[in-house]
Design a protein around this ligand. Structure first.
Ligand SMILES: NC(=O)c1ccc[n+]([C@@H]2O[C@H](COP(=O)([O-])OP(=O)(O)OC[C@H]3O[C@@H](n4cnc5c(N)ncnc54)[C@H](OP(=O)(O)O)[C@@H]3O)[C@@H](O)[C@H]2O)c1
Length: 207
């Protein structure tokens, strides 16, 4: 069985950070970036985020086609009062990798590894495309497993975050991947009016 295609979308500051500090809400880019975020969700069968991003950005993970809404945690502690659990949208799947997730009505709980979860989504829920919106820790794991197929970035030149605790697209500085990953640029759209540039990359077999 082939695995689902996995894409990611992130906004990066001029110095390549996704946040000033892990846990602080995003929302520092443009309306056009937000429109692109919504457009990129349209082809997904499942949206995927880490619990840190769900909390920081108070996400409800909605999209018109109602893709599955999947959240990953190690500890499995989810806040049942989080807006995700009272919002309309696709079925919610919670993964706890080290501990089973909190039992929350109308959610499906999974306990196991991230690769097994991805296979379960594919086998039992016909998921062919997973779209991940961060954060850095989760993307670090996906990149470490070499599961990334497409990368979408908004490079936001109007912000510089800096700082040792500012995470980048694959987590905190110094948390290196086991090897380089290779991608080909497929879209380059500078937007001078916004001080931003929209970029897309596709997995490349070239080294
Ligand atoms: N600029 C952007 O486009 C963008 C996008 C997304 C997020 N952000 C920002 O980035 C920050 C969050 O980044 P982050 O790296 O801390 O977030 P993250 O990966 O979303 O969250 C970290 C938490 O998610 C769970 N997790 C992550 N990877 C996991 C794995 N491989 N297996 C099991 N559980 C895993 C763990 O939850 P438990 O603690 O429950 O075990 C972990 O503590 C926030 O400030 C957010 O606003 C920015």
């Amino acid at each position: 069985m082939s695995r689902p295609r996995i894409s990611i979308n992130l906004a990066l500051s001029a110095d390549g950070k996704i946040s000033s500090v892990s846990g602080r809400a995003s929302g520092w880019t443009s309306k056009d970036d937000f429109a692109r975020l919504k457009e990129l969700r349209l082809s997904a069968d499942a949206l995927l985020v880490g619990r840190g991003t769900l909390e920081a950005d108070r996400m409800t993970m909605k999209s018109p086609r109602n893709p599955l809404r999947c959240v990953v945690s190690r500890k499995g502690h989810f806040d049942p009062t989080h807006p995700l659990f009272s919002s309309e949208g696709g079925p919610i799947h919670l993964l706890g990798t080290e501990h089973p997730p909190t039992a929350i009505p109308s959610t499906t709980a999974h306990h196991g590894s991230l690769p097994d979860f991805i296979q379960t989504l594919s086998r039992d829920h016909e998921v062919r495309h997973i779209h991940c919106e961060g954060g850095g820790q989760l993307i670090h794991e996906l990149a470490g497993l070499d599961l990334l197929d497409e990368i979408h970035l908004t490079w936001a030149g109007h912000h510089l975050f800096g700082g040792q605790s500012a995470p980048g697209p694959t987590g905190l500085p110094g948390n290196f991947l086991p090897a380089s990953r290779h991608f080909k640029l497929t879209r380059f759209e500078p937007r001078e009016d916004l001080g931003e540039c929209f970029l897309s990359y596709r997995r490349s077999t070239e080294s």
